[in-house]
Write a protein that binds this ligand. Structure first.
Ligand code: CAA
Ligand code: NAI
Length: 706
């Protein structure tokens, strides 16, 4: 029998004496205001209805509940607040069961924690991922979960944000029962029926006893604090999570909830939360390129890779790891053997670390073949060229591909800078040619720039996005230009860094300032890791066409002339006496920089760390604005995601253009104009930045314009 549904987003149905409340708010049953109101009203009517003996909470569709409605964060709160609702569930006099399928995350798991009994069907995933959004579980999760499973396990879950399987949740005592079928409603009804038959009443998580032995709880908190001090530097919410869990030990439950609320609101108001939520939605928006809406992808089973060097081998591993068939082509048998060796090395490394068995390696490599004969690519659905960065070499490869590949095969280049339009136009099927710009190491780095030349078919672009999905990459659509999105911006902020170096800052101070800002490495550490020789070759190639009026800092050339290419040669900006981990500052490098200053007639001045960040970010934002202005990036958010996933930009700052909005665009423009007084050639305000300041608008307004 069907009762009156209080609101369309919570369906309420009576099954004999059990009231089934189904959250119905596609796609993930987020706990938006309508759902909260609906659930509260349904609970009230259940309490008053003598026909109801027990309550079963479920989710409609694929999931139990994906948590609070993230879109509501930062907007005026609307009652009932989630903590109130959750309290009401726990306070219910009649037994409440949560039956979980799909995911129960964040506020969704907090609803389940407030229920008196929990069941999960196989395949369900449970977690408190708030930390990934700069938050903490704000609906009693920090107080209830430790009481249920102890501080150590609760902290591990909340600080990692990871998802537990149903089986793991059972083992931890987070759920009481596993459902054998995948029908959460049937399983939940059976379970609650048994509970009612055995007269099991309401059982409240707030009264659970996992914390009764205090010593191990305190040890777990101390350990988490030490770990977070090292791993979560600069982040607010991990530290607040630990503080909230600590309150479970020395405060009564209600006081603990108040402390949780206070800490939650601090996180909610922080720019970090805004940056992380921006990144969450932006990662989903980048998938919605015009071509993915317009066309369906082509089939993707067999992948070809031409070139087995750093990138070709990494791309092959990424494709193998995704379960695809991979054929590698090299120019001769010796290079082919090296290419195969490069692939095997990755798996051997995993075997050495105990993360892979020899049998798994063999099973994976059974999908790998290698040849020097292009005809081995005849059946490939998509081929990625990763040979030397040289137009003639690439065109020769594409000519072969044009000759041997089947009709409809996607022909991609991993070029870093070259004009893909020129490559496309040199063969008979330009509509099949696209750029797939992976980042090194290609089996690990998440970013994949999908570079869209003029004549490419929408289907080919859609296939590239499909490949990204299969490889678990984050795809960002980019237009054709020198360096596409990321490398183009990198070239500009590197110039700003080099100018500061010559003007008086040391490479070590610059690196430290940027690490403190949140980058995992500073720009000179990155240069040493990537190897100075590649950039040196490019600079020499471009020397003839360089604008003679532009400032050119020669420090990097001086290091390269000495053969100091970075980690691989044991020294670069840093010394590496015992490999990469032994980096130390090099007085000889400082002497070279001094000599360069003298040669250029520069009197060195000091920079504060804040000044370094101002210049670095102004250069990055200004070129980023140009990239958006020229349509190379579809929207500011695409660029934010590219810099986060390809260049180590701190995720909690949301990307350079989210950061710019928070910093204030008038201030960015004022900074650029101030720096232009020294070097007007370099510091030219982007027309887009000027226009946005004039309109009193921000970059985010452009994210919603499409
Ligand atoms: N609120 C609002 N929208 C959400 C959402 C949420 N909690 N979770 C997902 N969505 C949206 C996505 O933005 C996406 O929208 P579009 O289709 O418009 O792009 C849509 O739902 C589908 O999401 P996915 O593409 O990610 O779908 P999926 O099936 O691959 O994954 C999921 C589903 C595992 C639930 C995943 O979306 C996810 O991890 N969501 C976030 C979960 C989360 O962090 N919850 C905690 C919220 S904070 C909280 O609850 C705090 C508190 O205590 C008060
Ligand atoms: P690499 O020098 O490590 O490898 C190039 C490989 O191509 C060599 O193994 C070589 O034998 C092979 N090769 C050359 N000509 C060939 C031909 N005609 N047929 C078959 N194989 C041939 O170079 P790397 O670093 O892998 O770069 C490859 C491409 O990827 C370049 O276009 C580069 O710009 C781009 N790229 C490089 C990145 C990096 O960090 N190294 C990052 C992103 C893109």
């Amino acid at each position: 029998m069907s009762c009156d549904t209080p609101l369309p987003t919570v369906e309420s149905t009576l099954h004999e004496s059990i009231l089934v409340l189904t959250l119905d708010n596609p796609p993930v049953n987020a706990l938006g205001v309508e759902v909260r109101r609906g659930l509260l009203a349904a609970l009230d009517s259940a309490a008053d209805n003598p026909a109801v003996e027990g309550i079963l909470i479920l989710g409609a569709g694929r999931h139990f509940c994906g948590g609070a409605d993230i879109r509501e964060f930062g907007k005026p709160p609307q009652p009932p607040a989630l903590p109130e609702l959750v309290k009401r569930i726990e306070a219910c006099a009649k037994p409440v069961v949560a039956a979980i399928h799909g995911v129960a995350l964040g506020g969704g798991l907090e609803v389940a924690l407030a229920a008196h009994y929990r069941l999960a069907v196989r395949g369900a995933r449970l977690g408190l991922p708030e930390v990934q959004l700069g938050l903490l579980p704000g609906a009693g999760g920090t107080q209830r979960l430790p009481r249920l499973i102890g501080a150590k396990a609760a902290l591990e879950l909340m600080l990692s944000g990871r998802h537990l399987s149903a089986e793991q949740a059972l083992e931890l005592g987070l759920v009481d029962r596993l459902g054998d079928s995948d029908d959460a409603q049937a399983e939940g009804l059976a379970y609650l029926g048994q509970l009612l038959a055995s007269q099991a009443g309401a059982r409240r998580t707030r009264d659970a006893l996992a914390l009764s032995d205090l010593a191990p709880q305190r040890a777990a908190i101390a350990a988490a604090r030490e770990q977070a001090g090292k791993k979560s530097r600069g982040l607010l919410s991990p530290h607040h999570i630990i503080q909230a869990v600590e309150a479970t030990l020395d405060r009564p439950f209600e006081d603990g909830l108040k402390e949780e609320r206070r800490l939650f609101l601090e996180c909610l108001d922080s720019p970090q939360r805004a940056g992380l939520v921006h990144a969450f939605f932006a990662e989903r928006e980048v998938l919605k390129a015009p071509e993915t809406r317009a066309a369906a992808p082509r089939a993707l089973e067999q992948i070809g890779v031409v070139g087995g060097g750093t990138m070709g081998a990494g791309i092959a591993v990424a494709a193998l790891d995704a379960g695809l068939q991979v054929t590698m082509i090299e120019r001769d048998q010796a290079a082919l053997a090296r290419g195969r060796g490069n692939v095997e090395k990755v798996y051997d490394g995993l075997i050495d670390k105990g993360r892979l068995s020899a049998a798994d390696k063999a099973a994976t490599l059974a999908r790998f073949s290698a040849s020097i004969d292009y005809r081995a690519l005849a059946q490939a659905d998509l081929v990625i060229e990763a040979v030397f960065e040289d137009m003639a070499a690439k065109q020769a490869v594409f000519k072969e591909l044009d000759r041997v590949c089947k009709a409809g095969a996607v022909l991609a280049s991993n070029t870093s800078y070259l004009d893909i339009n020129v490559i496309a136009q040199s063969i008979s099927r330009p509509a099949d040619v696209i750029g797939l710009h992976f980042f090194s190491p290609a089996n690990i780095m998440k970013l994949l720039e999908i570079v869209v030349p003029a004549k490419v078919a929408a289907q080919v672009v859609a296939t590239a996005f499909e490949l990204a999905k299969k490889l678990h990459k984050v795809p960002v659509r980019a237009g054709v230009c020198d360096g596409f999105i990321g490398n183009r911006i990198l070239a500009v902020y590197r110039q700003a860094v080099d100018a500061m170096l010559e003007d008086g800052a040391s490479p070590y101070q610059i690196d430290q300032a940027l690490r403190d800002f949140g980058f995992p490495m500073g720009p000179f550490q990155v240069a040493d890791l990537a190897g100075g020789d590649i950039g040196w070759a490019t600079r020499k190639r471009k020397a003839a066409t360089r604008d003679p009026k532009a400032r050119y800092v020669q420090v990097a050339d001086r290091l390269c002339e000495r053969g100091w290419f970075g980690q691989k040669t044991g020294r670069g900006y840093y010394l590496y006496p015992q490999g990469p981990r032994s980096a130390s500052e090099d007085p000889e490098v400082l002497a070279i920089i001094d000599a360069e200053r003298q040669r250029a007639g520069i009197t060195p001045r000091t920079f504060s760390d804040a000044q370094i960040i101002r210049r670095y970010m102004a250069a990055m934002i200004n070129e980023a604005a140009n990239v958006v202005h020229e349509g190379i990036a579809l929207r500011p958010l695409d660029l934010d995601i590219a810099l986060i996933h390809g260049y180590g930009f701190p995720r909690y700052r949301g990307g350079p253009l989210k950061y710019a909005d928070q910093y204030g665009l008038p201030q960015v423009l004022a900074d650029i104009r101030e720096f232009a007084e020294d070097d007007p050639q370099f510091w030219k305000p982007s027309p887009l930045l000027v226009a946005l300041v004039e309109r009193e608008a921000n970059f985010d307004s452009l994210n919603h314009a499409h």
